[in-house]
Design a protein around this ligand. Structure first.
Ligand code: HEM
Ligand code: HEM
Length: 182
């Protein structure tokens, strides 16, 4: 038994919970700011929060994926049936894919549409993309589709986590919680 044999390491846990918190704020912000008839002031605040936090997440998510490649987690307990282990692996892979697709498609939608990302603009960064309605429209469609997939997958993910934490009590929850240790 090594020190890390039972759960995720501290950096993996911190990455998970920081990104989870950000994404769980980004989703309602995104859904609210696109609603018809929303107060203009609130809409501006939500857009600024959404675009800038989402952009900051890009390097964090890429660093998380590199860390994950270098430090794969220990296997799930043998009490978890094979099909659930495979479903967990597939859903985690899909979550990582969506964590890349979401902020990149959002970034392309905004920059190809010619809109600001205040943080980058304040640093004097260029738009990095040519203005293109076609590209902005395609990225917008992808952002929406990926957002719906992400929400569905997160419902499954959080249900599974709570199932392990409250009903099965098989130690799977403790692999990721608390955010440090392990
Ligand atoms: C309240 C919300 C959440 C709870 C309770 C939760 C719980 C967990 C738990 C317990 C694990 C460990 C599973 C295992 O041992 O195999 C895990 C892994 C994971 N979670 Fe979450 N999670 C939440 C939100 C999120 C969000 C918002 C995302 C991403 C958008 C996410 C992405 C992931 C990924 C990618 C893994 C796999 C980690 C890896 O193997 O590298 N989670 N989550
Ligand atoms: C993990 C990161 C992100 C998540 C989870 C996320 C989630 C969402 C959700 C749920 C919506 C509402 C559904 C929709 O209309 O598409 C949305 C809309 C939007 N997001 Fe994001 N987003 C992320 C990153 C970004 C980034 C980095 C940007 C830009 C820099 C961005 C720009 C936008 C814009 C402009 C909209 C409105 C789309 C429209 O015009 O209809 N998002 N986002």
């Amino acid at each position: 038994m090594t020190e890390h044999s039972s759960g995720y390491r501290t950096p993996a846990r911190l990455f998970h919970w920081i990104v989870a918190l950000a994404v769980l704020l980004m989703i309602p912000a995104g859904l609210t700011m696109t609603r018809e008839g929303l107060d203009r002031g609130l809409q501006d605040v939500l857009f600024i929060f959404h675009k800038n936090t989402g952009t900051l997440l890009i390097p964090v998510i890429l660093a998380r994926i590199v860390y994950r490649r270098l430090h794969p987690p220990p296997p799930l307990p043998a009490s978890v049936p094979g099909w659930q282990q495979r479903l967990a692996a597939a859903s985690h892979l899909a979550l990582y894919a969506l964590l890349v697709i979401m902020p990149l498609s959002g970034f392309v939608r905004v920059r190809a549409g010619g809109f600001p990302i205040e943080l980058l603009d304040a640093m004097g960064a260029g738009p990095w993309l040519p203005k293109s309605e076609a590209l902005a429209g395609a990225a917008q469609g992808l952002h929406f589709l990926a957002a719906m997939l992400l929400i569905a997958l997160l419902a499954l993910h959080v249900s599974a986590a709570l199932h392990h934490a409250l009903l099965r009590r098989d130690g799977v929850w403790q692999r990721m919680w608390p955010p440090t240790g392990g």
